[in-house]
Design a protein. Structure first.
Length: 294
């Protein structure tokens, strides 16, 4: 990978702490947020990371990811805030989806915005990258959201000469993307170089699955399955990790980071090709971002 990317990300982290009063790192237990934690460690070493981590938990996560999340936080002595989508459902703020493509992924937006308001966070750091999806490609590194948490793709600040403007009005907050300019291959190459541990779900393993719409779905009580959809055991891995209801697996025999890197280099399908929620419509991600999604 380009070593300038690490320097840029470290610079962004330091700018966040210097320009904002109460930042938070949004952490899912996925490879991108794990990479952010390593970069934050480097940015502030030998001090501890000077802001908490926060997970917006759908309750439908892969068990391997949650186990890894809790272990990492404990090992590094970090503060973790967990806010649950189930609470938003119980409070009547959002409605549980039903049916074949039901998911809690979009419901995270309300839980996230409520958490930002509760803790008065003025900057939320996340692992989104411009290579992931067309709406991501439009986003600035410092992305200003209004007092309703909404993103206006037509009204973004210029970032000339890498100048990061963190000035915001009362009620606004900023989403920060330190690895915005990285690619999926850059992230994996960095994980390999740094010897970063990641959840086992990213490597090939046997799993109960079923096929729908040409995609490999996890068999789970959280995932809707038709009676005629046959459950079988296949060797798979996950390129991206999110809510189980919207994250498809890929057939793979890659059991090491080096094998994953080689597989990605040879792949003609993007990482987001395994995100089921993106297939609802061509503009699905952009619409979610406009109402406050990360």
């Amino acid at each position: 990978m380009n070593h300038n990317l690490e320097s840029e990300a470290i610079h962004i982290f330091r700018e966040v702490v210097s320009q904002f009063n109460k930042p938070v790192l949004l952490f899912s237990g996925g490879k991108d947020s794990i990479t952010l934690v390593r970069l934050a460690q480097k940015a502030f070493y030998p001090a501890r990371i000077p802001f908490p981590l926060m997970h917006i938990d759908t309750g439908h996560n892969f068990p391997e990811t949650i186990e890894f999340r809790d272990r990492l936080v404990k090992e590094l002595g970090l503060k973790l805030i967990v806010k649950n989508v189930q609470d938003s459902i119980d409070e009547g703020k959002v409605k549980e989806e039903n049916g074949k493509y039901s998911s809690r992924n979009s419901l995270q937006t309300t839980t996230l915005l409520d958490a930002i308001e509760e803790f008065k966070f003025d900057a939320c750091i996340g692992g989104a990258r411009r290579d992931e999806e067309k709406a991501r490609a439009k986003e600035r590194i410092f992305s200003v959201r209004d007092d309703f948490g909404q993103w206006d793709e037509k009204n973004q600040r210029p970032e000339l000469f890498d100048m990061l403007n963190g000035k915001i009005d009362l009620g606004q907050n900023v989403r920060i993307f330190p690895i915005s300019n990285w690619t999926e291959l850059d992230v994996w190459s960095y994980i390999e170089k740094e010897g970063i541990e990641i959840p086992s779900i990213y490597f090939a393993h046997q799993r109960e699955i079923f096929i729908r719409d040409g995609l490999i779905w996890s068999h789970s009580p959280f995932v809707y399955k038709e009676d005629n959809e046959k459950v079988e055991i296949k060797t798979v891995r996950f390129r991206t990790v999110g809510d189980m209801t919207c994250t498809a697996a890929v057939a793979s025999h890659a059991k090491t980071i080096a094998e994953v890197v080689q597989e990605i280099q040879q792949s003609s399908i993007s990482e987001r090709g395994a995100r089921i929620d993106d297939k609802r419509s061509e503009a699905a991600m952009e619409k979610r971002k406009q109402v406050g999604y990360f």
